[in-house]
Design a protein around this ligand. Sequence first.
Ligand SMILES: Cc1cc2nc3c(=O)[nH]c(=O)nc-3n(C[C@H](O)[C@H](O)[C@H](O)COP(=O)(O)OP(=O)(O)OC[C@H]3O[C@@H](n4cnc5c(N)ncnc54)[C@H](O)[C@@H]3O)c2cc1C
Ligand code: FES
Length: 252
Amino acid sequence: MSLEVIGSVIKIAEIAPNIYDMLIKTDMAYKCKPGQFANILCEGGNALLRRPISICNAGNNMVKIIFEKKGEGTKLLSEYKEGQNINMLIPLGHGFDLGDYKNPVIVGGGIGVPPLLYLAESVNNPSIFLGFRSKSNIILKDEFEKCGKTVISTDDGSFGHGGLITVPLKTHLENNKCDVIMACGPTPMLKGIAALAKEFGIPCQVSMEQRMACGIGACLVCACKTKNKDGENFSHVCKDGPVFDAAEVFFE
Ligand SMILES: Cc1cc2nc3c(=O)[nH]c(=O)nc-3n(C[C@H](O)[C@H](O)[C@H](O)COP(=O)(O)OP(=O)(O)OC[C@H]3O[C@@H](n4cnc5c(N)ncnc54)[C@H](O)[C@@H]3O)c2cc1C
Ligand code: FES
C-alpha cells in the first residue's frame, strides 16, 4: 500500500544544467522497487498538483531522485533546502520485472536515465546504453559503469558515439546474447527500442511518461490506450505502469 509520507531533504545539488539530484530521508525507502515513482507536493508556490518523479535509487532510509527543472513544479522542487520537509506519495506504480535474466540490456535517454540506476544495480551484469543530448548533459556515468559495461552516445557527437543510442544498441543485439531489454526515455527512443526488440524477438519493458494528477489510479488523467491478446484497452500509467511490456504500448 502506498502512503503519504513526510521525508526530509538531506542533500540537493545541480549536477548538470537544470538537472538536480536530491537525497531524501524516509523510512519508506525499503519499500521502493526499481521503476517505481514518488508523487511529490511541490510546495512554496502555485503548483497544486503533485509531480511524479522516479526513484533513482533507494536504501538505508534514503531515496534519491534526479529531476529536470521544466516548469513551476520542478522549479519549486529545485529551490528546496537541506533539512526541509518534503511531502510525497511513495512508492507508486508498477516497476520493472527483475526476473532472473542472464543477459539484460538497459537503455536510457536523457532524464529517463536516472530511474535505471536502481535497476542496473538490481540485475545480473547488465549491458547499459545511455543517450544524452551533449557531453554537458551526461549524468551518473561513473555509477552506471560500476554496474556493467556502459556505452554512451550524444546527439551532437561531443562524447561517445555520435547520434542515436539505438545504433550501438542494434550492433550489440546483432553480436551478443540478450534475454530482455529494459528502457526509459523519450517516446521516440522507446518506439525505436520496441521495434528493435520485436525484430530480434526479445522481451522488452518500457517505462512510460504521461501527465499525472492523483498518481494512484483515481482520476483518469494518465489513461492511455494499450493492447493485449484480447484487443485494445485503457490503462492507467500511474497504476498499471509506468513500466509496460513494449508489445502492449501504442507509441503515437
Ligand atoms: C512516472 C513518471 C516518472 C517521472 N520521472 C521523472 C524523473 O525521474 N525526473 C524528471 O525530471 N522528470 C520525471 N518525470 C516528468 C516530470 O513529472 C515532469 O517533468 C514534471 O511533472 C513537470 O512539472 P513542472 O511543473 O515542472 O512542469 P509543467 O509546467 O507541468 O510542464 C513543463 C513541461 O513539461 C511537460 N510535462 C509535464 N509533465 C509531464 C509528464 N508527466 N511527462 C512528460 N512531459 C511532461 C509539459 O508538457 C511542459 O512542456 C516523470 C513523469 C512520470 C509520469
Ligand atoms: S494520475 Fe490519476 S489515474 Fe493516473
